[in-house]
Write a protein that binds this ligand. Structure first.
Ligand SMILES: [Zn+2]
Length: 209
């Protein structure tokens, strides 16, 4: 699959998306099996993200999706009944047949987030930078909220070639990060709720190792 197909499927909605009528789903539909990864951190000029080592999967409705990468938005890309959050984390997964599943996790102001801090300490200040930091491992499992409730919705573009499915899973419970951590990201990216049209076609998989 061509990388730009991934991009156009992630960009099919106007942002932010207000969740008002999504299905509230139970975790029993979702199995998460995340392993730790080296910190393959990048700054693509639009966001900070991590290309994830292979072997971490999410099973949704019986289909396996592999975690490819995660990245951040400031402020949140989703709203819930009009309420937005300071930041949002997106975990991007792809199945063998090319469907995407993106897990959204809201980040709200609170105590310092230790998992995030390991990433933030290595945050590349300049765009088009990717660094593999082998002696730092992270596990996105540490970002998953305690509560097992999430919203989910589907999307698909009617315009060829972007006709495949995009599954969105947005956890209802936010996780905390400190004001200083939010500010550190905001200094680099004051406003990146919707980077879709600016994302280079290679963004999602080309840098993967
Ligand atoms: Zn995103």
């Amino acid at each position: 699959m061509s990388p730009q197909f991934l991009t156009c499927r992630l960009c099919q909605y106007q942002s932010p998306i207000d969740i008002t009528s999504a299905i509230s789903a139970d975790i029993s539909n979702l199995q998460i099996n995340y392993k730790s990864s080296a910190l393959n951190i990048f700054n693509n000029g639009h966001t900070i993200g991590v290309n994830y080592d292979s072997g971490s999967t999410l099973i949704l409705d019986g289909e396996a999706y592999e975690l490819i990468q995660f990245h951040f938005h400031h402020p949140s890309e989703h709203r819930v009944n009009g309420k937005s959050y300071p930041m949002e984390l997106h975990l991007v997964h792809k199945s063998e047949r090319g469907s995407l599943a993106v897990v959204g996790i809201f980040l709200q102001t609170g105590k310092e987030n230790q998992t995030l801090q390991a990433i933030w300490q290595m945050m590349p200040p300049h765009g088009n930078t990717e660094t593999k930091i082998s002696d730092v491992t992270i596990n996105v499992q540490d970002f998953i909220p305690q509560s097992q409730q999430f919203y989910r919705y589907y999307g698909s573009l009617t315009t060829p070639p972007c006709s495949e499915n995009l599954n969105w899973i947005v956890f209802q419970e936010p996780v905390e990060m400190s004001t200083a951590q939010i500010q550190q990201f905001a200094q680099l990216f004051p406003m990146n709720p919707s980077t879709c049209e600016k994302i280079k076609p290679t963004f999602f998989i080309a840098n993967r190792r």
